[in-house]
Design a protein around this ligand. Structure first.
Ligand code: EZ4
Ligand code: CO
Length: 420
């Protein structure tokens, strides 16, 4: 079974996505998600100009060899652009293999280890009542675990909080609703990033009161998560973990800038709050020391940014040695193809933990027609062979790519560039 065609699409149904479509000489089609938020065209060019020509004529069945060919063969290893491009190829080839086997992909990865994959949603608000309402809305949609982000008194805009009340996790459809949703994501359609402001002292002083209020309102049982989004120093992160211990968080995510993994040693000495990291990691080498020293509890890499199903399965298996679980990144900038790939892998592995599941706009779902469903807190794959996602090229071409960028962050006190 030889690869006959490899096409790259960049379209914007609800938001920008990069999609790889591989076709074999016997007519099987595999899809891969190659989206890197705000750097979409770089991955598209990497795939189109460099990798696609090398794919033609290769045996579509040889997934491990193809992965090694592109990882070792580029000489320039790792990095989000390279690894996302390779991930898209890997996903598409697994999609093809599962279609050839006439099975949903998780069957080829070892079969189902669970009924479905536990997911968490994003609640946020500007003050306590708005946060409570947002949590209730998510519970009504079926979520059994909830991430809580909050505005900070004195700061204009903060990561994870809807710019206006009616932009929060709505369920609307049509053009207006999807661009509103896009604004909330938090990438914005513009050629220049929006600037947000930050004050760590204000954040650290305020946040325990939010989790205290949420626990008082919702009781001890609801799993609660929070994303620090890389803004703290190691000692500040240690303080946050400690100050939130009474509220029993499911995890604290990305407290410090992720490239300095040594920070976890200090944080771990001070707190028993579980820690998650890895949404900007892309190889097992980013995780190796964190696993071996047992410094984290959850692995955040999704299939699309973790180099594909092939390497992520190895990362999860290595994590399992240390009782570390999966907790993959699932924002809307992971396309339904990427979500489906993470879901099939999550169904199969033993050390599944939880997945982020930010729901896509109706325009996105119309283009990709994902088969997975969400109910009672779990995402479940469908029954058709492969990933269970398709790509309506004709419909997608009605939504042209538009530049859109994640915000940047400056300290409120003096405008110094800070981690966003
Ligand atoms: O900022 O997906 O946990 N979720 C996150 C996301 C990321 C965006 C980056 O593209 O941190 O909101
Ligand atoms: Co995050």
């Amino acid at each position: 079974m030889k690869i006959a065609k490899a096409e790259v699409f960049v379209h914007s149904p609800g938001r920008n996505f990069v999609t790889l479509r591989i076709t074999t000489d016997d007519g099987l089609v595999g899809l891969g998600d190659a989206t890197v938020n705000g750097r979409e065209l770089a991955v598209a060019a990497y795939l189109r100009d460099h990798l696609a020509p090398m794919l033609i004529g290769r045996d579509a069945h040889n997934i491990e060899d193809t992965w090694q060919y592109f990882y070792r063969g580029s000489y320039w290893r790792r990095g989000p652009i390279t690894m996302t491009a390779i991930a898209a190829i890997d996903m598409a080839l697994w999609d093809i293999k599962a279609k050839a086997a006439n099975m949903p992909l998780y069957q080829l990865l070892g079969g189902a280890s669970r009924e479905g994959c536990l997911a968490y949603g994003h609640a946020s608000g500007r003050e306590f009542n708005e946060i409570f309402d947002s949590i209730r809305e998510h519970q009504e949609k079926g979520y059994k675990a909830i991430r809580v982000q909050t505005a900070i008194p004195g700061l204009n805009s903060v990561y994870g909080v809807a710019a206006s009340a009616n932009a929060s996790a709505g369920s609307g459809s049509g053009k207006g609703a999807s661009s509103e949703r896009y604004d909330y994501e938090p990438a914005r359609r513009s050629t220049v990033p929006v600037e947000e402001e930050w004050d760590t002292r204000a954040y650290l002083n305020y946040i325990p009161s939010v989790f205290e209020a949420v626990r008082n309102e919702f009781g001890p049982d609801l799993p609660l998560l929070h994303d620090g989004h890389h803004r703290l120093t190691p000692i500040q992160a240690a303080r946050l973990g400690k100050s939130l211990e009474p509220y029993d968080l499911f995890w604290l995510e990305d407290l410090t800038p992720a490239e300095n993994t040594d920070a976890f040693r200090l944080i771990r000495q001070h707190t028993t709050t579980p820690l998650a990291v890895g949404e900007i990691f892309n190889t097992i080498y980013d995780y190796k020391d964190l696993f071996e020293e047992q410094l984290i509890d959850y692995v955040r890499s999704p299939v699309s940014h973790g180099g594909g199903i092939t390497p992520l399965k190895k990362i999860f298996d290595y994590a399992a040695v240390y009782q570390i679980k999966s907790g993959v990144h699932g924002p809307t900038d992971v396309s339904p193809i990427g979500h489906a790939a993470s879901l099939h892998l999550g169904m199969a592995i033993h050390n599944y933990g939880i997945s982020e599941y930010m729901q896509h706009s109706s325009d996105t779902n119309d283009v990709f027609q994902p088969e997975y469903t969400f109910s009672d807190g779990l995402i479940r794959p469908g029954t058709s062979p492969g990933l269970g996602v398709s790509y309506d090229e004709k419909l997608a071409s009605q939504f042209e790519y538009e530049p859109a960028y994640l915000p940047v962050n400056r300290l409120k006190v003096d405008g110094t560039m800070h981690d966003w």
